[in-house]
Every structure is written in C-alpha cells, then in structure tokens.
Write a protein that binds this ligand. Structure first.
Ligand code: 13P
Length: 254
C-alpha cells in the first residue's frame, strides 16, 4: 500500500448533453460523498463543464476538461484556453489522450507546451501515454512510453511532476473490453515510474500518481488497485453510468 492517495477519474469523452449531465450529477454526488480517501475527477465535454462544476460546488469532486490549447488566447478556431477553463472553476485537464493523438494529430511537442501551460495556470494536467497492440507485439512498448514521457514532459521541473497525474492507457485496451491484466498494468506502470525517476529523480517519481486506463469496470478495479504502482484509474465507458462509476470509486468496499 503506497502513501499516494488514489484517484479515480471518469472521462465522458463526447457523451452527455447538459440535460443528461445534470441528471447524472444529481444521482452521483449522493453515491460518492462519503466514499473515503479517494480523489474523484469527472471529465465532461466543454459544454457541460461549468454546470457540472457548479453542481459539485462542495469540492468533493474535481472537474477536468478533456483538452486545452497552449496559448492563452488567439486566432485558433474551435480551441479553448487555460484562462477560460480556470475562470469557470475547472481543476484538471486531460492531455494527450490517444484519441486526440490519433484523430487530431496531437504530438509530444504540443503536449509539452500544454502541460507547462496548464501547470502555470494552476490546472492539474493528466498526461496520457500508451502503446498500440502492434507496438506491444513488436516489443516496442517501453521505447514508445519513454518517448512520450520525455516529449510530453519536456518543459517541466522535478518539483512540478508530483503536481500532475500520468495516465497509462494502452490503446489496445481502450473501449475494447480487453483490460490489461493487473500484472501487465503493474509491470508497465512500474516501468513508467522508473523512466520518470531517470528523468526527474527518484523522489519526484515516487510521489507522482500514475493511473491505469482501458476497459476499467466495477469488476476489475479491485484487482488493479492492489498493485503497488497503480494509483488509480481513468475510466471511459464505465464512468457514463453514475451508479456503476460510484461502485468503481468505492472499490475498497467491494
Ligand atoms: P474505456 O474505459 O471505455 O476503455 O476508455 C478508457 C479511456 O480512454 C479513458 O480515457
């Protein structure tokens, strides 16, 4: 058992209108308000961020955007900046999700700027890394992850590392129902912690929290959370149902 407080984050992706989000939040808060020492993060679409944050005003739940631009303002049609998110009370931001890397061409250089910008604005970055099934089969997992960590964290200091979260999301496990076994997730996250120790020193690497993401559900969270280096989960599909997500958050009680 590590001294790092667990974090369970729900990434809604492009799901839920404001009306649907309001119904979710009304049900959700009562289910998790006494959930014990676990940090809870909801990542709704931009359109619901302010309403969700307002409904969760007691501070039990953190609210994350799913992306952010690295400039404060400018001619970047369709983008949203850190000051805009900060003003409406957003606490965290998911950066470099594999869907953004794949469909919106995000690269590590962009992510380095986004990570630094978020930290400077007082918004906690959740930087996602992960390999494809082809990369894993070819034995390239560790090189891929090391490259993503060196690239995406190029602008930050050892002091800043523990202020952010890393999410290990193997692409082959996202939305596929094919969860990484606790052994694979632990082994890979231990590798990530080792790589971060090389980059930032052992103390920062010991403190930073690293989440696992990819087909997490109420049935597999307990085993994943027993692993030494897994500090939480970034949950996609199973976070869309308030009762199911609350069961994941209350994994210790199962
Ligand atoms: P699923 O839990 O639906 O596999 O999605 C994981 C994910 O991408 C969270 O960011």
């Amino acid at each position: 058992m590590s001294e790092r407080t667990p974090v369970i984050a729900g990434n809604w992706k492009m799901f839920k209108t404001n009306t649907e989000a309001a119904a979710y939040v009304a049900e959700f808060l009562a289910l998790v308000v006494d959930a014990g020492p676990v940090e809870i993060v909801l990542c709704p679409p931009f359109t619901c961020l302010e309403a969700v944050r307002r409904e969760l005003a007691d501070g039990r739940v953190r609210v994350a955007a799913q992306n952010m631009h690295f400039e404060a303002e400018g001619a970047y049609t369709g983008e949203v900046s850190a000051p805009m998110l900060k003003e409406i009370g957003v606490t965290d931001v998911v950066l470099g999700h594999s869907e953004r890397r794949q469909y919106f061409c995000e690269n590590d250089a962009d992510l380095a700027r986004k990570t630094s910008t978020a930290l400077a604005a007082g918004i906690r970055p959740i930087l996602c890394v992960g390999e494809s099934d082809r990369e894993r089969e070819a034995g390239g997992t560790n090189d891929k992850l090391k490259g993503q960590l060196e690239g995406g964290l190029a602008g930050i200091s050892a002091d800043q590392l523990p202020e952010m979260l890393i999410a290990y999301e193997p692409i082959w496990a996202i939305g596929t129902g094919k969860t990484a076994t606790p052994e694979i997730a632990e082994e890979t996250i231990a590798f990530i912690r080792g790589a971060l120790a090389g980059q930032f020193g052992p103390q920062a690497a010991r403190r930073v929290r690293i989440l696992y993401g990819g087909s997490v559900n109420p049935g597999n969270i307990g085993e994943l959370m027993k692993a030494e280096n897994i500090d939480g989960a970034l949950v996609g599909g199973a976070s869309l149902d308030a009762a199911g997500f609350a069961r994941i958050i209350r994994f210790k009680e199962a």
